[in-house]
Design a protein around this ligand. Structure first.
Ligand code: ADP
Ligand code: ZN
Length: 206
């Protein structure tokens, strides 16, 4: 049971689904969207263009293969332009890739009586706050932080391990990589590796 189940606010509100990759954020977003549709709410789903998972940029896909149609956007302003006046629920996936104005957008939509569901990766590959996610978590009424399973030790995973050519990426690696040459693993804090310099790599047990 997640915390959206019993939430009945007067007017609109903001829900954030945060966590690492593979933690089930998209699954949870889709679950809430499906239930809103069953309740005959008018739902619009948006998603950052930057996530091309399964090459399906017009869909929200979870790792279990379920999908729903999504409107691809590059900026928060594009969401503002596309939200219909009679929409009840606005769902946004991969919010960490959107600009800071997504915070005022979500706040504005909630003030206009809409339920806003935002899913995103709350920490980058370094384990540091990612994009507008920390602010979204602060202004939200409800925050669910999900965990994956650490592929190293089987404990709850709270970190995104970036690997380049099979080795942990350096701290100085860019926050967002274009081209997709990198790979990611879910890891716990203890198994997460972010070397500061090339020499540090020699000390790592990979
Ligand atoms: P997210 O949107 O957070 O990246 P998804 O909803 O797309 O997550 O995918 C979650 C699913 O990924 C899980 O239900 C599971 O089937 C699968 N999965 C693959 N690797 C892992 C892992 N290391 N830990 C947990 N789930 C994983
Ligand atoms: Zn671990």
């Amino acid at each position: 049971m997640t915390s959206d189940t019993y939430f009945t606010a007067r007017g609109g509100w903001i829900e954030v689904i945060a966590g690492v990759m593979f933690s089930g954020k998209s699954e949870e977003l889709l679950r809430r969207v499906r239930r809103a549709a069953i309740a005959k709410r008018r739902v619009q789903v948006f998603k950052s263009h930057l996530d091309g998972r399964y090459a399906g940029v017009f869909k929200v896909s979870s790792h279990d293969g379920r999908t729903t149609e999504a409107i691809p956007v590059d900026t928060a302003a594009q969401i503002a332009e596309r939200v219909h006046v009679d929409t009840d629920v606005v769902a946004i996936d991969e919010a960490q890739f959107l600009d800071e104005r997504v915070v005022s957008l979500a706040t504005d939509l909630a003030a206009r009586g809409k339920r806003v569901i935002v899913a995103g990766t709350d920490t980058d590959f370094r384990g540091e706050p990612f994009g507008a996610m920390p602010e979204l978590m602060a202004v939200a009424e409800i925050v669910d932080k999900l965990h994956a399973i650490c592929v190293r030790c089987g404990h709850p995973a709270s970190r995104n391990q970036r690997l380049i050519d099979g080795k942990p990426a350096l701290y100085s690696s860019p926050t967002i990589m274009v081209g997709g040459a990198e790979a990611y693993e879910a890891r716990c804090r203890a198994c997460h590796q972010v070397p500061r310099r090339d020499e540090d790599q020699a000390d790592l047990l990979i």
